[in-house]
Design a protein around this ligand. Structure first.
Ligand code: ATP
Ligand code: MN
Length: 468
């Protein structure tokens, strides 16, 4: 027989070349049928849809067909045929089957239908083979492409910031240390302070919590940049919205002020959502039907709305009024308080019913590098708040004045000696500039409608969880 090239199932299902011979390879989702005829649903990851393989069992020997059970990997040659059943156009009448790998039904974990998401988290090595995670991870890929596309088209440069860093950008703890020292024999001085001079970098280093400070260096040279890379936070928060290892996108733009920054954030998210609707239709429809009947509607509505813009102070007023009218929150609301997800979601889901950008937060609850307003109380911060998610983006206009920046760093206990290189940008050719950070997995929560951030990253890292 002449050799046929393998076709991906996504292409087979679109093909109208009925009567031709095709070769497909993939994993068996189900097999059912009678003594004479067997139907195999085969999936190769190229699409959420399976192709139906029709097997005339009398034409094959028992040895070939027996191991074709859920999870087995097979190669099928056959005639592309117009399907009699509804739902799909093409199926394959098998003429030749080869089994690459069996999956013993007695031990293969993905047997019965409708596994819980928790069960699949415990089997994260196999969950990409389910419909749900196939859909999620295809969407994740498309969102990464959408992000690069958005910035590339607008003349931004993709800039790589370090993963191992000697500075703590937020001025707080919660970083993972990086060391090659023997933890059993740590060298300490008389005061019990660890001596890092013999460590790999000769100083204390950690995994980055943000590429922003280095991104700012690049923005003040290349004009407009973005980072897109892994980010690490050792905060011990077991929430459905926090990971210890996540991916962040951080654009930074010279000469942009806070209004430009807000517009960029809005355009950026809308581009990503539109991209998902245009390029991930089948996967999103599947997730819509499986988990979240309002998903598609929510995605479309975000595209239609202009995001509401208001100050933190106005936002707190609205929340205080809600409390006065009898609404109860778990955490207290008052000017100066950091907003909890419940407050953010009240503004977005109950009050405005559309995405909200809050600006001008109290300086005490924001980072040292944010531009100080003339009121002496607030900084030019902006958080983008989304339905079902809460904060999806955090950003600001940056303080470009050297003295103000250095003073604020001091006040907030940020060791300026460690970030002399950052402060140098304000000594040499400083300029107004702005940027923000979008959590990639928070965007994916929104676009997929999944409820738990552990289900939108292949191998989630959370407290006490790093098995896979
Ligand atoms: P939150 O208040 O939700 O903990 P944050 O204010 O600490 O977030 P930023 O420092 O502003 O977060 O980071 C920018 C963005 O990165 C956030 O808007 C969010 O989308 C994302 N992000 C922050 N922390 C995490 C995390 N632990 N896991 C996943 N995404 C995160
Ligand atoms: Mn934030």
């Amino acid at each position: 027989m002449e050799t046929v090239k393998r076709t991906k199932i996504v292409d087979v299902l679109r093909s109208k070349d009925f009567g031709t011979t095709v070769l497909v390879k993939g994993w068996v989702r189900t097999r059912r049928g009678s003594k004479q005829i067997s139907f195999i649903a085969l999936n190769d990851g190229s699409t959420i849809h399976n192709v139906q393989i029709v097997v005339n069992t009398e034409a094959f020997d028992e040895e070939t067909l027996k191991p074709i059970t859920t999870g087995a990997c097979i190669s099928v040659t056959g005639i592309l045929t117009e399907s009699q059943g509804k739902g799909q156009d093409a199926e394959i009448q098998a003429t030749d089957i080869f089994v690459y790998g069996t999956a013993d039904p007695a031990t293969y974990p993905l047997q019965k239908k409708g596994h819980s998401l928790e069960f699949l988290r415990e089997n994260a090595h196999l969950r990409p083979r389910t419909n749900t995670f196939g859909a999620v991870f295809r969407i994740r890929h498309h969102m990464a492409i959408a992000i690069h596309q958005f910035f590339h088209e607008r003349g931004f440069f993709y800039f790589h910031t370090p993963i191992i860093t000697g500075s703590d950008c937020e001025g707080a703890g919660q970083m993972f240390e990086v060391t090659t020292m023997n933890l059993y024999q740590l060298k300490k001085d008389d005061l019990g302070v660890i001596d890092y001079s013999n460590d790999f970098f000769g100083k204390q280093t950690s995994l980055t919590v943000s590429g922003q400070l280095e991104g700012e260096l690049a923005a003040l040279a290349l004009g407009a940049i973005y980072t897109f890379g892994p980010t690490f936070r050792a905060e011990n928060s077991n929430t459905p919205r926090h990971l210890a290892e996540f991916w962040m996108i951080e654009p930074e733009v010279a000469f942009n002020e806070i209004d430009d920054n807000m517009q960029l954030a809005e355009d950026f998210i809308k581009h990503c959502v539109r991209w998902a609707l245009d390029n991930c239709k089948d996967d999103i429809e599947f997730l819509n039907n499986m988990f979240d009947k309002e998903l598609i509607e929510r995605l479309q509505s975000v595209l239609k709305e202009n995001f509401i813009r208001l100050t933190y102070t106005e936002g707190v007023h609205i929340l205080e009024e809600a409390v006065a009218k009898g609404h109860t929150f778990e955490f207290p609301v008052f000017w100066g308080a950091d907003l909890a997800a419940e407050h953010e979601r009240y503004l977005v889901e109950e009050h405005f019913k559309c995405p909200v950008i809050l600006t001008d937060y109290p300086k005490e609850i924001k980072s040292f590098y944010m531009k100080q307003n003339n009121d002496g109380k607030t900084v030019r911060a902006m958080d983008v708040l989304f339905p079902k998610i809460g904060e999806i983006i955090g950003g600001s206009q940056r303080e470009e004045d050297y003295d103000k920046l250095a003073r604020r760093a001091d006040e907030m206990g940020v060791p300026t000696k460690d970030i002399w290189w950052y402060l140098d940008t304000r000594r040499f050719g400083t300029a107004p500039h702005s940027g923000f950070g979008l959590g990639f997995e928070r965007l994916l929560l929104f676009v997929t409608g999944m409820a738990n951030i552990r289900d939108v990253i292949p191998f989630p890292r959370t407290p006490h969880n790093a098995e896979f």
